[in-house]
Ligand binder design. Sequence first.
Ligand SMILES: N[C@@H](CCC[C@H](N)C(=O)O)C(=O)O
Length: 276
Amino acid sequence: MLVNFSKMHGLGNDFMVIDNVTQNVFFSPEKIQQLADRNFGIGFDQLLMVEPPYDPDQDFHYRIFNADGSEVSQCGNGARCFARFVKLKGLINRNKILVSTKAGKMILYLEKDGQVTVNMGVPNFTPAEIPLKANKEEKTYIIRADDNTHFCGAVSMGNPHCVLEVDNTESADVETIGPQLERHERFPEGVNVGFMQVLSAEHIRLRVFERGAGETLACGSGACAAVAIGQIQGKLGKDVRVDLPGGRLRIRWQGPGSPLKMTGPAEHVYDGTINI
Ligand SMILES: N[C@@H](CCC[C@H](N)C(=O)O)C(=O)O
């Protein structure tokens, strides 16, 4: 069977994107791992499947799979690439796109300057809904791993995130602490781990060790999580520039109860066909 796909990226967080509106493609977790392999496959952090809407008031449904084959409910950089993809492929001709994911509904806007803005919904700090094992909601949780104590904020952006403040993202021990917290027993579904350096109330640096993919050049939902957590901890303002290894995002959040907005680029790299 021949499968058409596009290779895309959002700030170097890269994707294989499949139109499952006009095709009928199914991959097992093992097949996804094989395709994600950077030496033996196409190579990507996440696979994005664009599907017909499950709900009549939406334009599309969008499924997300990590490089390890696990299906997840949110991907911020992927959402921007999804919006660019459906327009590029003529699946829609509007600049406002309504989409559902496993996490709920999102609204995406293709901006005149080529950037994409995503309404990421309301950040959810309720421990059971992140999910995080905790007796009560806190701004900062103390988590012990391998004789080390970590102070981190936690939030669901439709997927689970914890964020640690560091003095310098360049020297942060992302490779050790990332995997320790990713599968920590306090996070029953695993967690994406952000390392945030606060430069000012309007500017942070961020590295993210992603659940199911390892450290990526950028994580959109991770950037949203860092700003939401930084704001409730009193460190950040309402409009924040987030510098990730792959580039910059703008995150705007009016505070608890409001939806958070992310703006950034979405790039098409090439189209391909594989014989499965
Ligand atoms: N790269 C993404 C997040 C992808 C999913 C994540 N690894 C998870 O397991 O929740 C983004 O840009 O948000």
